[in-house]
Design a protein around this ligand. Sequence first.
Ligand SMILES: CC(C)(COP(=O)(O)OP(=O)(O)OC[C@H]1O[C@@H](n2cnc3c(N)ncnc32)[C@H](O)[C@@H]1OP(=O)(O)O)[C@@H](O)C(=O)NCCC(=O)NCCS
Length: 169
Amino acid sequence: MRRRPKYSILKKTKLAQSSRVYDQVNLYGCTIGKNTKIDAFVYVEEGVTIGDNCKIRPFVFIPTGVTIEDNVFVGPSVTFTNDKYPKAHGEWKLLETRVKRFASIGARSVINPGVTIGENALIGSGSVVTRDIPDNAIAFGNPARVVNRKVPLHVTSTRPRNTRGSLQG
Ligand SMILES: CC(C)(COP(=O)(O)OP(=O)(O)OC[C@H]1O[C@@H](n2cnc3c(N)ncnc32)[C@H](O)[C@@H]1OP(=O)(O)O)[C@@H](O)C(=O)NCCC(=O)NCCS
């Protein structure tokens, strides 16, 4: 971690030295791998694992039961969930969710509990993912449906020269 994030709470968290946590982040009882970036206003609950080289953009919510493998991109305001029939009181059943390596989740998507997002899959912005998404698939919409397209292998960067920081949303 390069500098101390301001107004962030990091409790009982295993955070690799090379990872970076920004301001106003809440990490509790989770594990975060190497070279992972956790942007501002991210909230991560107990038992969550986030792998190496991930990018977690601002305002993401990751509750207990979620596992994020290496090299995953989670867009701004993505919400994960862990209880299919939530209520304020009484028993509840935790459903586990997994995002496999190299997957990307578009901005403001909601991931219903218990799904697996496949390796290198891409979820379009604003999607509601209610079923498993296969490896290498592009899926979007509410509910998210796989479309007949492949994730492009290389996308040329349009980042202007001499610009500091990440321009990727
Ligand atoms: C899903 C996605 C990869 C599709 O890209 P694409 O294959 O180039 O598709 P196109 O833009 O050509 O759109 C194809 C069709 O799908 C629709 N579409 C595209 N993305 C959509 C989405 N997220 N939700 C609903 N419909 C979508 C388009 O409206 C278009 O419909 P039309 O043919 O009726 O006009 C892209 O739109 C997307 O959502 N990327 C994620 C962006 C993001 O959140 N980035 C995070 C960093 S800021």
